[in-house]
Write a protein that binds this ligand. Structure first.
Ligand code: SF4
Length: 323
């Protein structure tokens, strides 16, 4: 059946908004969740790995626990990845999800164009798929660049960010002399896995989505199994953390069991736990004040997770369910 016929059928069956532009957005939501086999991956409703026997993962999909502490989680959740690739039914994607990805793609492509014009893009014969701890990993690197200032070749990730969000501005473009800019924690597992993957320095270039003149660069490496940011060792973010996450995913994929939740259910935290979250820059002052007053800690990752309903209905550890 043609896509437009399916959409028309859905429009007849459901309450549609009365306002003209709301109706246009509503229709686009339906279109996005009906389409498949698009060349642009993010437009597909179904993950490309769904029907494959041998599953692979992207380096951008990894996560880890800082100091192996479950409350100090950064990056993706193994359970969410599992739900996505097998697949389980999650909430539909919205036009807002897709349009945000499209904006990011635009900013990335603008920067790739500038780097190409400057003649600093390097072709590296490294391969984009590697086996790491028994998992087939696909690289998410954007490009490789030659930095003529220090005669160095590095992998580059271009990360467009919402520069009007106060928390992001404070972390990347702080106005205070005594506050050192630091990369967003959510990107560190990806960086670490790319460092293991390529054995080359990796850079992140943060670019403001609303003000393209706003940029912040960080260079990463590995020392004593720990991540380094601009030469400084970050204790607690280690290659062992990545290995542990890959081990969980390998077991889950091989044995077809749902992996444990990587993020905790909402609960009240101890003062020590709140202090650790602040120290690792995983929550800001406003949130820590709220938690100290006795509010429950709710992971933002779970709040936006499309599989929250099914996840909450299962036990927290490995779970065997029929696929
Ligand atoms: S709800 Fe949270 S713990 Fe569950 S799959 Fe999603 S991100 Fe993971």
């Amino acid at each position: 059946m043609k896509e437009e016929h399916i959409i028309n059928q859905m429009l007849k069956e459901e309450e549609t908004p009365v306002n003209f532009f709301d109706r246009v957005n509503f229709l686009y939501d339906k279109y996005l969740n009906t389409l498949n086999n698009e060349t642009k991956k993010y437009l597909n409703m179904e993950d490309e790995r769904t029907g494959m026997d041998k599953k692979y993962l992207f380096t951008s999909e990894l996560g880890l626990n800082i100091y192996d502490n479950p409350i100090l989680r950064v990056g993706s959740c193994e359970r969410e990845i599992y739900f996505k690739i097998f697949p389980f039914t999650g909430l539909s994607k919205t036009f807002k999800d897709v349009e945000s990805i499209e904006k990011d793609e635009l900013v990335k492509n603008q920067w790739l164009r500038k780097l190409k014009l400057a003649g600093v893009i390097v072709d590296i014969e490294q391969g984009s798929v590697k086996d790491l701890h028994g998992i087939k990993l696909k690289s998410s690197i954007d490009t490789f660049i030659y930095n003529f200032n220090n005669n160095e070749v590095a992998g580059l990730l271009i990360k467009p960010v919402n520069d009007t969000a106060k928390s992001i501005r404070n972390q990347l473009w702080s106005d205070y002399d005594n506050v050192k800019p630091t990369p967003l924690r959510v990107h560190l597992p990806e960086v670490l896995s790319l460092l293991i993957f390529y054995k080359l320095p990796i850079k992140i270039l943060y670019v403001g989505k609303n003000n393209s003149g706003l940029m912040r660069e960080f260079t990463f490496g590995i020392k004593d199994k720990c991540l380094t940011i601009d030469g400084e060792k970050v204790e607690g973010i280690t290659v062992d953390g990545i290995a542990k996450s890959l081990g969980i995913l390998r077991k889950a994929i091989e044995e077809k069991v749902v992996p444990p939740r990587a993020y905790p259910r909402p609960r009240i935290l101890t003062t020590t736990e709140i202090g650790s979250l602040v120290k690792e820059k995983l929550i800001n002052k406003v949130e820590s004040d709220r938690l100290v007053k006795g509010d429950e800690f709710k992971s933002f990752k779970c709040l936006s997770c499309k599989y929250r309903e099914i996840c909450d209905s299962l036990e927290d550890g490995f779970v065997s369910i029929n696929l």
